[in-house]
Design a protein around this ligand. Structure first.
Ligand code: 5GP
Ligand code: ZN
Length: 120
């Protein structure tokens, strides 16, 4: 997709600190890390979010799972634990409209959600 920053990273038009890739998936370090390990795992094909994953686009999901497994091991967080996060849509604050899973670890990550706000 022309104006998509993650498509440009896939195409090599914007540099990224790549840590894993296969034919379907690319993993690279977040430019503004919020944990010692903060890697983004994305499909190489442009998919906006999990809401757009159908049978045709689904084949990357196996690669995504493999990337998570192998990146977590390479980063040394497979035994200490990590969090996978996929912001989807406005309430989640999704900024980049190309599906990405944050892989966060390397320190205790605290509660799953911020306690600020109404909480329900
Ligand atoms: P979202 O809020 O959409 O779930 O997260 C988007 C993430 O992409 C943010 O954590 C942001 O730091 C990261 N990001 C945005 N632009 C770039 C970029 O050009 N390169 C890299 N490596 N990460 C980016
Ligand atoms: Zn894209």
């Amino acid at each position: 997709m022309a104006d998509c920053i993650f498509c440009k990273i896939v195409a090599g038009e914007i540099p990224a600190d790549k840590v894993w890739e296969d034919d379907h998936v690319l993993a690279f370090r977040d430019i503004q890390p919020i944990a010692p390990t903060h890697v983004l795992v994305i499909p190489k094909v442009h998919v906006e979010s999990f809401a757009d994953v159908d049978e045709i686009r689904a084949p990357f999901l196996a690669s995504l799972a493999r990337a998570v497994r192998e990146v977590a091991a390479a980063e040394g967080v497979d035994t200490t634990g990590y969090r996978l996060l996929a912001n989807t849509g406005p309430d989640a604050g999704q900024e980049v409209m190309h599906l990405h899973v944050h892989l966060l670890g390397g320190r205790p990550l605290g509660p799953m959600l911020s306690m600020r706000g109404s909480g329900r």
